[in-house]
Design a binder for this molecule. Structure first.
Ligand code: R5P
Length: 288
């Protein structure tokens, strides 16, 4: 039985003070359920509205490409500087310390390798993502690829259904096949298709006129870094994307293939969250 001693009547009802409605900071996410918002708030900093995801899911397509041969040696030391980790479940279970306390955007489709290019990917059961305490799941969509477009859109749709059931946001990942365009028209279309099919976040690539891609996408966009560039150019890429309205970066090779990956991720972080200019961020990279 509850302790009935000294039960005090409430006094502080705040009569006349309107209850705070608690708007949500992230584009297109105001009407989501509490669990979704909680997870999104782990990925995106509620103060800046932005994120630096450290992507190291490359091995599931590329194998041990440069920089991810030994996740324990090259990636684990960078984790402390990232806002969110993006990887596949095998590496997460085998190599990422659960004590990292970082949100995970779990790569949740499988079936392609660089040996066959785009392929008939399947979606991993969202329950596994929940077991891994993932804060989001990422699913690739091959817009414009005759062979796999419909199947990968269906994958996204399925992931969104399953994600909704468990309060897990879905990140739509726009693929870049050999024959696909890489301009604002294409990325605008691909990003919008992801969002229309229910993606809560879209990952795409920076391009000229990127502000148009961002403007017509109703949910936050993060950009992939793409192939390794000289550090200053990679910082310029991040800067231009953020200035065009991107909500962050999901960057891999330009961090872990850098000569100084820890310095690089911190410089990228400063560009994303503090709006540091590429020149100042490059100076920071050199100083670190
Ligand atoms: C590509 O399929 C992977 O999802 C990567 O996570 C993504 O491309 C970001 O990595 P990077 O910055 O190396 O392009």
């Amino acid at each position: 039985m509850a302790d009935l001693d000294d039960i005090r009547d409430g006094k502080n009802y705040g009569v006349g003070v309107a209850q705070s409605c608690g708007g949500f900071f992230l584009k297109g996410s105001s009407h989501l359920d509490w669990g979704m918002k909680d997870r999104l708030s782990r990925i995106f900093n509620p103060v800046t509205g932005k994120t630096v995801m450290l992507a190291f899911d490359h091995g599931f397509i590329m194998g041990p490409t440069s920089g991810v041969e030994r996740i324990d040696l090259s990636i684990v030391p960078l984790i402390e500087h990232a806002d969110c980790l993006m990887c596949a479940r095998g590496v997460l279970r085998s190599l990422v310390p659960p004590t990292s306390r970082k949100p995970v955007c779990l790569r949740s489709d499988a079936g392609s390798t660089i040996l066959t290019e785009l392929n008939h990917n399947v979606v991993i059961d969202v329950q596994d993502a929940v077991k891994l305490n993932a804060s989001a799941i990422a699913v690739m969509v091959a817009i414009g690829d005759r062979e796999t477009e419909a199947e990968t859109v269906a994958n996204l749709y399925q992931a969104v259904d399953e994600g909704q059931a468990f309060g897990v946001p879905v990140m739509g990942v726009t693929a870049v096949g050999k024959d696909m365009a890489r301009d604002a028209r294409y990325f605008g279309l691909a990003s919008r298709v992801c969002a229309e099919n229910g993606a809560n976040i879209v990952k795409t690539y920076y391009t000229e006129d990127f502000e148009k891609v961002v403007a017509c996408c109703p949910v936050p966009i993060v950009i992939a870094g793409g192939k390794k560039l000289p550090e200053l150019e990679a910082l310029e890429l991040a800067y231009k994307a953020i200035q065009s309205g991107a909500a962050g970066v999901d960057m891999g090779r330009n961090v872990f293939q850098s000569d100084k990956p820890a310095a690089m991720i911190q410089a990228v972080w400063a560009v994303v969250h503090k709006g540091l200019s590429p020149k100042d961020a490059f100076q920071m990279y050199n100083d670190l």
